[in-house]
Design a protein around this ligand. Structure first.
Ligand code: HEC
Length: 254
């Protein structure tokens, strides 16, 4: 392939990959996509997120690229703690996080197989997943009784309803006499039935869960960050040495 074609292709791939998460978010009404503000360096949050994930998501979703033993190493837990708190169906510590639900049963129940979530935070973006879990609202027209503003018509039920409660979507109507129509503009959500958590606690619950999904989508990012600081420190020291050495050599020349 000629070199400039190659460069063009690489540039195109970069542009496409950069615009993908934006394209997903663009279908939601404005104000629905909110920043997740999660922090993968916060180990306590990752531990809570792992607990949330195995208790509330793994009934339907796998994380098949993640091994339990890796969680122990990265989340500051002993293997015994992982076995006791995160593993409930007799898996071995070096197993990956598989779902119990058979795919054909899932397809029959939901119409689609719930996707593996190992890479979802990278595929869709953390803000998307955070907002998705906060955007279920009551809709009697749907078989699950709820709809979602981020992924309209989704077949995922509102599995966190006991925690969040149920919310209603509130719209501002704007009549448009020219077209004899009413344009609905999304105003916000209103809690129709409170859940076990306050809205702030629910936000934290979702943020921890998304934090965990962010971490599993690239487990190396924790190590890479620490390594980055060491490398910069080394370069700094090396620069000083090189600088002093240069001064020493040039002393006689000048
Ligand atoms: C009862 C089964 C079930 C449970 C439990 C469940 N989900 Fe889902 N989930 C689904 C199904 C079904 C889909 C596919 C939805 C679709 O494509 O319409 C889905 C899709 C998703 C998606 C992808 C959305 C997209 O844009 O494609 C994300 C993210 C997600 N789930 C996150 C979660 C998280 C996080 C949890 C735990 C808090 C969870 N799910 C628990 C059934 C479930």
């Amino acid at each position: 392939m000629p070199i400039n074609r190659k460069i063009k292709n690489i540039a195109l791939a970069l542009v496409l990959s950069a615009s993908c998460p934006v394209a997903f978010a663009a279908s939601a009404p404005s104000g629905v996509i909110q920043p997740a503000n999660n922090d993968v360096a916060n180990t306590a949050s990752l531990q809570r997120g792992a607990r949330n994930f195995v208790n509330y998501c793994m009934g339907c979703h796998s994380a098949k690229y993640v091994r339990y033993s890796r969680l122990a190493a990265d989340l500051g837990l002993t293997e015994a703690q992982v076995i006791e708190n995160l593993m409930f169906t007799g898996e071995a510590i070096h197993d990956t996080m598989q779902v119990a639900l058979p795919e054909d049963a899932a397809a029959r129940w939901f119409g689609v197989v719930p996707p593996d979530l190992s890479l979802i935070a990278r595929a869709r973006g953390t803000d998307y997943v955070y907002s998705f879990l906060k955007s279920f609202y009551l809709d009697p027209k749907r078989p699950t009784g709820v709809n979602n503003l981020v992924l309209p018509g989704t077949s995922m039920p509102h599995v966190l309803w006991e925690l969040q409660g149920y919310q209603a979507a509130v719209y501002d109507g704007e009549s448009d006499p020219a077209h004899d129509a009413v344009h609905k503009k999304f105003k916000g959500f209103e809690l129709a039935q409170p859940g076990a958590l306050t809205p702030a606690e629910y936000d934290q619950f979702v943020r921890d869960t998304v934090n965990f999904l962010d971490y599993i989508s690239e487990p190396m990012q924790l190590e890479r960050r620490n390594l980055g600081f060491s490398v910069l420190g080394f370069l700094l020291v090396f620069f000083l040495l090189a600088f002093l050495l240069k001064k020493e050599y040039w002393k006689d020349v000048k």
